[in-house]
Design a protein around this ligand. Structure first.
Ligand SMILES: Nc1ncnc2c1ncn2[C@@H]1O[C@H](COP(=O)(O)OP(=O)(O)O)[C@@H](O)[C@H]1O
Ligand SMILES: O=C(O)C1=C[C@@H](OP(=O)(O)O)[C@@H](O)[C@H](O)C1
Ligand SMILES: [Mg+2]
Length: 162
């Protein structure tokens, strides 16, 4: 199992799909799995709160057992998920503030970035999680200024050396 972790908008969902294809294996996204069964992330947060979303995230990750899995940026917060991810290979995509600012402009899908202070929220949330991403990572790629293909090549190169 390969898991992608990292802050919101670092490209976990996008790179994960491409990586799965390069490895000729399946791809799944824990957020997409949750949305398929429970409605949009914004709805879940608004109606039941973040804690409930985290419970659904634990369930979704437990059920995804093959190939490449893109996690949501906050999945690493739960101890159960940290243990699950540790049993697989973990790829951490690091993203800088300037690139994040571009990517989250006009974002309507991430409740934690709602409002006028999206970049500040992104920074604050990332700072709380950075140490956990670093602790879990088997492979660590800084993605700023790189194409999806370049990132996949870099990941494949690092996987070869594990
Ligand atoms: N290497 C990249 N270069 C430019 N844009 C990217 C790259 N990777 C992802 N994106 C874009 O950034 C946004 C966030 O990507 P996404 O895969 O949803 O990130 P995550 O799943 O980590 O939140 C999307 O609009 C996506 O198209
Ligand atoms: O960082 C987070 O807490 C979240 C990240 C999102 O996924 P992406 O990292 O794919 O944006 C999604 O799971 C939800 O909005 C919460
Ligand atoms: Mg995603």
């Amino acid at each position: 199992m390969i898991y992608l972790i990292g802050p919101m908008a670092s490209g976990k969902s996008t790179v994960g799909k491409s990586l799965a294809s390069a490895l000729s294996t399946s791809f799944a996204d824990s957020d997409a799995t949750i949305v398929a069964h429970h409605g949009t992330i914004a709805q879940i947060f608004a109606e039941h709160g973040e804690g409930h979303f985290r419970d659904l995230e634990v369930q979704a990750l437990c059920r995804l057992r093959t190939g490449v899995v893109a996690t949501g940026g906050g999945a690493v917060l739960r101890e159960e998920n940290q243990q699950l991810l540790s049993r697989g290979t973990v790829i951490y995509l690091e993203l800088g503030e300037a690139a994040a600012a571009e990517r989250i402009k006009g974002d309507g899908h991430r409740p934690l970035l709602a409002g006028d202070e999206a970049l500040n929220s992104w920074i604050a949330v990332y700072e709380k999680r950075r140490a956990i991403y670093e602790m879990l990572a088997d492979v660590h790629v800084i993605v700023d200024g790189k194409s999806v293909l370049q990132i996949v090549e870099e990941v494949l190169g690092q996987l070869d050396q594990l």
